[in-house]
Design a protein around this ligand. Structure first.
Ligand code: RB5
Length: 147
């Protein structure tokens, strides 16, 4: 599975650590930056990362900003993206099982690198349950189509 990852200045250390960890686990990781500590606008990074998902180049993505919230707001504006901002293990698991989230957003100023890395692992390792949840995800898509 190919993963795309990106961050703003609120999440550089986390992004680097998670990218390294996932590579060590054998995932192909496309790092869309940033690559050095400088101030950037998180929607610009969210856009680049989401395009890698909507184009089919990558199957899942991870975005890190200070809170994870700005990244998730920006990402969820893009058709085909279901981004979940998570800071606990239960949410990271169930957003895959029930929502088929394709982007995990993390807050570099909210969770430590250890927790963030575990959340990324759960997100990568959990498959969508389908069944009744497919109907609900289809309704999300319908809202997207009509608005
Ligand atoms: C940047 O200072 C900060 O606003 C950003 O990283 C993020 O937390 C936005 O939601």
């Amino acid at each position: 599975m190919k993963i795309v990852i990106g961050c703003d200045h609120g999440g550089l250390e986390h992004k680097n650590a998670i990218a390294e960890h996932l590579k060590e686990r054998g995932f192909e990781v496309l790092d869309c930056g940033i690559y050095e500590q400088k101030s950037v606008d998180y929607p610009d990074i969210a856009k680049v990362v989401c395009e890698k998902i909507t184009s089919g180049d990558c199957q899942r993505g991870i975005l890190v900003c200070g809170t994870g919230i700005g990244m998730s707001m920006a990402a969820n504006k893009i058709k085909g993206i279901r981004a979940a901002c998570c800071s606990d293990h239960f949410s990271a698991k169930y957003t895959r099982l029930h929502n088929d989230a394709n982007i995990l957003c993390l807050g570099g100023r909210v969770v430590g690198i250890g927790v963030a890395t575990e959340l990324a692992d759960i997100f990568m390792d959990t498959e969508f349950e389908g069944g009744r949840h497919s109907v609900r995800v289809a309704k999300i898509k319908e809202i997207e189509e009509n608005n």
